[in-house]
Design a protein around this ligand. Structure first.
Ligand code: AMP
Length: 428
């Protein structure tokens, strides 16, 4: 047997319905907030992430799946989607092509991390990115979008964390303050942190090594070093969250493991999840479009981990499609008419299963019961001769005979109806 690669997973029937539900809700939320879907390649030039995600990040330093392809090109399986979306924004001049540039994508990401529950080497994200707006109203709106996604998935016991990491104007002073506060303690930190202290002291906050935490917890806070404009932006963002009635906690350690963030950073934690409890995270990245060769345009976005959202969703989320009918056949001569009946009902929009194994009526009934089908249609010699089909309601056990032409109507008219929401119960 050839097994799957460590850190990758099959999503099997039974679980996949939860994914489909999640993807439906995610698309629906994104569309209602004005986002259009974009799909970018899974494989990109290595330099896109070195430049975009940032040389000093753990992702670029340690976690990328990079290889030289047969043409000698250094390519990388994307570890995150933001640089790809920014590349596409620049490459296709999307701000000219679209009236507002609000984009989302869903797909797999690849990071060579140590696998554990909620952390994989191939995992999936929903990415939501909005370009061109510097006003803090968008920071608040995007956080509200993320909170709505989590709420509509029925995920409870969550916490919103926010922070501001400043801008290229005020961040160097904060970096200096970090180095000053660390003083001669740098050699006591782990090897990664010693590298971070040289490359980008802010990244020290990404450290997970237990022995370093006491020193890191005592470091200065970025919000105490914000310039006037950044402080104003942070205050307005917080006010915006207040307008939406969203509770949050300011987390001084929330610098996020990517180099491009400016000003707002945020995360939503799912407290039911255990160690890997960040279900989504994001922030503002005003310099990134320019850094990747585009015009000087602002950006705000977030990435949600689909594996973690699926884990945090309630147990009954994402029902499987209930078959409308199972067609049981009696006798070889019933086979072909039964196939045509199945085709016609499927073309009409119904979910139909059919027996091909020629088993006894009793075992076909048993099989039908296992599938959870609402009805069994019995196609046999007698009924067929009269253009009729026997139909058994699997819930009530009632059985009667119907003209072939009326079967579709019966199946449609008995479908469970979905409630239409009213504005009153929609608005919280
Ligand atoms: P990031 O792209 O690092 O900002 O992460 C955004 C979200 O992606 C996190 O909050 C997680 O939900 C998810 N995520 C990141 N890395 C992994 C991973 N290795 N396995 C599963 N989910 C992940």
């Amino acid at each position: 047997m050839i097994s799957s690669i460590r850190g990758t997973r099959d999503i099997l029937p039974g679980e996949v319905e939860r994914w489909q539900h999640l993807e439906r809700v995610a698309r629906s939320v994104c569309e209602r907030y004005g986002y259009r879907e974009i799909r970018t390649p899974v494989v990109e030039r290595e330099e896109l992430f070195a430049k975009g995600t940032g040389e000093s990040t753990d992702i670029v330093q340690k976690e990328m799946y990079t290889f030289v392809d047969k043409g000698g090109e250094h390519v990388t399986l994307r570890p995150e989607a933001t640089p790809s979306i920014v590349r596409a924004f620049v490459e296709h001049s999307l701000e000219q092509a679209l009236p507002t540039v609000k984009l989302f994508t869903l797909g797999p990401m690849f990071r060579y991390e140590r696998p554990q529950k909620g952390r994989y080497r191939q995992f999936h994200q929903l990415n939501v990115e909005a370009f061109g707006i510097i006003d803090s109203s968008l920071d608040a709106e995007i956080i509200e979008t993320a909170a709505t996604l989590v709420a509509e998935l029925g995920i409870e016991d969550v916490e919103l964390l926010i922070n501001s990491v400043g801008c290229p104007g005020c961040r160097p002073a904060f970096g200096q303050a970090l180095l000053k506060a660390l003083g001669n303690q740098v050699p006591k930190l782990c090897a990664d942190c010693q590298r971070r202290a040289k490359m980008n002291p802010l990244r020290i906050f990404d450290c997970k090594v237990q022995a370093d935490q006491l020193i890191i917890d005592a470091l200065p806070h970025s919000i105490d070093y914000l310039c006037e404009d950044c402080r104003e932006h942070f205050n307005k963002t917080k006010r915006g969250l207040g307008v939406y009635g969203l509770d949050y906690r300011v987390s001084h350690r929330l610098v996020r493991g990517l180099d491009y963030y400016t000003r707002t950073t945020f995360e939503i934690l799912g407290h039911s999840l255990g160690a890997q409890n960040a279900v989504l995270g994001g922030g503002r990245y005003d310099g990134l479009v320019k850094r990747l060769g585009g015009p000087d345009r602002a950006g705000v976005g977030f990435a949600a981990g689909l594996e973690r959202l699926v884990l945090a969703m309630p147990g009954d989320a994402g029902a499987i499609t209930v078959p409308d009918a199972f067609i049981a056949t009696i006798g070889e001569e019933a086979r072909e008419p039964a196939q045509l009946l199945a085709r016609d009902l499927r073309h009409a929009g119904l979910t139909i299963l059919i027996d091909y194994e020629g088993r006894s009526p009793r075992s076909q009934m048993k099989r039908a019961d296992r599938t959870g089908a609402r009805f069994v249609l019995i196609v046999g010699g007698n009924e067929l001769a009269q253009g009729e089909v026997s139909i058994k309601n699997m819930k009530t056990g009632e059985q009667d005979t119907l003209a072939r032409a009326d079967v579709g109507t019966r199946l449609f008219s008995t479908k469970p109806v979905q409630e239409t929401p009213t504005l009153a119960n929609l608005c919280r």
